[in-house]
Design a protein around this ligand. Structure first.
Ligand SMILES: CC(C)(COP(=O)(O)OP(=O)(O)OC[C@H]1O[C@@H](n2cnc3c(N)ncnc32)[C@H](O)[C@@H]1OP(=O)(O)O)[C@@H](O)C(=O)NCCC(=O)NCCS
Length: 194
């Protein structure tokens, strides 16, 4: 069984990180949870600086404090996914966006990796003292909706998003309950922190 871990982005992943984004473009895939990396492909070092600032951001209507992680496979140190955790919500994110955005690179999808990505994020949320997290997705994005449901996500709202012309769903996850319920399933699939 492959094991995965969250890694704070650093310079050693530069080449793979750029390939990660370019793979999305090549596959015409939606990009999510990358902390804006797609806008910094020619300034990876600048993006690392931005991430450091993101963590310390004072919440306002434009920006909130956030953490971005690579989901890395232990066996080959490849970035297989990314995730962005918003530590608090402003009005905009409370309305649409929620606490967590995530994605798995196209060549690594449908292997159960995003469920592990979300489980690891919930563990981080618990460390940060977050009791509940809210997550949104397009109702047609079954891989995303099923990831949330697999971690105990309860559907709390469904609405028509005029701007994106889609039906959106909001799920709520009780962090402690989810970890207690699913740890036996997911702990063997993650790399323990030393
Ligand atoms: C959504 C996404 C993160 C799913 O990642 P993934 O690693 O393929 O998901 P997993 O393999 O962990 O699968 C999670 C569940 O969704 C199911 N699933 C995954 N892709 C699916 C698809 N295209 N259609 C139907 N079900 C799908 C899996 O079978 C699994 O269900 P299960 O718990 O019943 O076994 C990935 O498709 C992606 O990055 N998409 C683009 C970015 C995006 O949409 N991000 C989310 C924005 S809200």
């Amino acid at each position: 069984m492959e094991r995965l871990m969250h890694v704070i982005p650093d310079i050693s992943y530069k080449e793979d990180a750029i390939a990660y984004i370019n793979e999305h473009y090549a596959c015409n895939s939606a990009i999510n949870g990358v902390g804006g990396l797609n806008r910094y492909l020619d300034d990876y070092e600048g993006w690392l600086e931005k991430l450091a600032l993101d963590r310390q951001q004072i919440p306002n209507e434009e920006r909130v404090p956030a953490e971005t992680y690579y989901l890395v496979r232990e066996s080959d140190n490849r970035i297989v996914g990314m995730i962005n955790i918003r530590l608090v919500l402003n009005e905009r994110l409370n309305h649409r966006g929620g606490h967590i955005g995530y994605g798995i690179r196209p060549s690594e999808r449908n292997k159960g990796y995003n469920k592990i990505n979300l489980y690891l994020a919930l563990k981080r949320c618990q460390e940060l003292g977050m009791d509940m997290v809210l997550l949104d997705c397009d109702k047609n994005n079954l891989g995303s909706a099923k990831s949330m449901q697999a971690l105990g996500g309860k559907l709390v709202r469904e609405w028509y998003d005029e701007e994106h012309k889609e039906i959106d769903q909001r799920y709520c996850i009780n962090v402690k309950e989810a970890i207690n319920k699913y740890q036996d399933l997911y702990e063997p699939q993650i790399v323990k922190r030393r």
